[in-house]
Design a protein around this ligand. Structure first.
Ligand SMILES: Cc1cc2nc3c(=O)[nH]c(=O)nc-3n(C[C@H](O)[C@H](O)[C@H](O)COP(=O)(O)OP(=O)(O)OC[C@H]3O[C@@H](n4cnc5c(N)ncnc54)[C@H](O)[C@@H]3O)c2cc1C
Length: 408
């Protein structure tokens, strides 16, 4: 396994992190309020930020060069995500927002699909959406999904009901996970089909308002006899679970690094406020409780960072790292939540106002405990795999991870 400290200290990574950091200082933070508002001005501002990211060679850094990305290897890109994550708007501004869908299309799309959907996606001309979760059945256990696609001549006919298809209201297409092989074993029953959002029968019922965002962007959709050509199948029939896993795997490492960027920003706001706010005859930073919050937050962020880099190094070495990824998914989300929560408390009423980024960060941190698998499911994965190894005579080694029983 590569030494992650050496990668982080390399001139290439240092230079990129500092260039991305300056980009945020200059173009993202000053525009956050405008971008938060949505509407035409936000769209124009985002476009101009995206153009500057391209000019400066900072666009879609983690995607392969042959599809229009920056071609940065996995580990350096992991470190860049820690800076990108400091502002949600940096994700779209730097062309990172479509990374999961672009990676999925890069791996599984046909040449024709790549031309139509992938090229404009990586270029930032169109947005994707991913349509898996359904209101009627558990999204945590997608084996129960009901949306059906039936072959009729040279077309798929799709019927079903989805929700939380994030960004569908602005997307050019949704990749829909649906049953195509009802009689196959459970994990071979589902396929991915690309549906352009202007296809007749694709009905956005509403953009579901969520806490703190009444406009909403997580769409409820009805697929009413939606017809698309058979060639819109992504990958092979029955491959949806495999494709979904490939879409999510390394993406979870990027998510966790971005959460660390958010947590670090909240931490900096907390410490600065604690130094500058006077109460009971001195600064808040002199009070023991506040000192505990600063110390606990520093320890938790550092621990989550080491866990995340450990998982990243394993993935980079070709390991699936299922336990390590699930560990950081639920632990990283908790650290993110707790650090922002303390930062809000130190800010008092200012913390829940929209005058600092903390209130918005807090709402998003709450989502992080649910999307890409709720905390409880990731804990279940960690525990199940460790217990299974123990039962077979192996163990969980805190240096190496899962270790099988040595062969006699
Ligand atoms: C902000 C946000 C964006 C999202 N974007 C998308 C998107 O773009 N596309 C998409 O398809 N979906 C998206 N989702 C949906 C997300 O994937 C699902 O919410 C998630 O998989 C959980 O499914 P569910 O909401 O149906 O919860 P359920 O499956 O009903 O689970 C509810 C709760 O039950 C508990 N639970 C479930 N299983 C277990 C278990 N084994 N052990 C213990 N407790 C358990 C957990 O506490 C869980 O939170 C998004 C969600 C959010 C919040």
């Amino acid at each position: 396994m590569q030494n992650v400290a050496e990668i982080e200290a390399s001139p290439e990574v240092q230079d990129l992190r500092s260039r991305v950091s300056s980009f945020l200082d200059e173009l993202i933070y000053p525009n956050e309020k405008v971008l938060d508002q949505g509407g035409d001005e936000a769209r124009r501002t985002l476009k101009s930020i995206q153009a500057k990211a391209k000019e400066r060679g900072l666009w879609a850094l983690g995607l392969p060069k042959e599809i229009g990305g920056g071609g940065l290897p996995f580990m350096p890109y992991v470190f860049v995500n820690e800076i990108v994550g400091r502002s949600e708007h940096a994700i779209a501004g730097l062309g990172t927002h479509s990374a999961q869908d672009a990676t999925m299309l890069h791996l599984y799309a046909s040449p024709e699909q790549k031309k139509r959907f992938l090229a404009p996606l990586v270029n930032g001309d169109i947005y994707p959406s991913f349509s898996m979760t359904e209101p009627e059945v558990s999204g945590a256990d997608p084996t129960g999904l009901r949306t059906r696609a039936v072959q009729d001549g040279d077309e798929w006919v799709i019927n079903g009901h989805k929700w939380f298809t994030s960004g569908a209201n602005v997307a050019a297409f949704s990749t829909v996970m649906c049953v195509t092989e009802p009689d196959a074993p459970t994990y071979d029953r589902f396929s991915m089909i690309i549906v352009p959002t202007d296809t007749p029968g694709y009905e956005i019922v509403r953009a579901v308002p969520v806490m703190g965002d009444t406009r909403g962007g997580h769409c409820e959709i009805r697929y009413n006899n939606v017809r698309v050509p058979l060639t819109n199948l992504l990958g092979s029939r029955g491959q949806a679970f495999k494709i979904a896993q490939k879409r999510l795997g390394p993406g979870r490492i990027y998510h966790c690094m971005r959460w660390l960027g958010q947590a670090q920003r909240a931490f900096e706001l907390m410490v600065t406020r604690a130094i500058n706010r006077q109460s009971f005859g001195g600064p808040l930073s002199d009070k023991q409780t506040i000192q505990n919050w600063i110390a606990d937050s520093a320890a938790e962020i550092q621990a989550a960072r080491l866990l995340t880099l450990n998982a990243a190094a394993k993935v980079d070495a070709g390991d699936e790292a299922r336990v390590e990824i699930s560990l950081i998914k639920f632990w990283g989300a908790k650290v993110l939540h707790d650090v922002i929560d303390r930062a809000i408390q130190v800010h008092g009423a200012l913390g829940v106002s929209e005058d600092t980024p903390l209130a918005k960060m807090y709402r998003h941190a709450r989502f992080a405990r649910i999307y890409d698998g709720p905390d409880e499911v990731h804990r279940m994965v960690v525990s199940r795999r460790i217990v299974r190894e123990f039962k077979k005579g192996g163990k969980w080694d805190f240096g190496r991870g899962l270790v099988s029983k040595p062969a006699n």
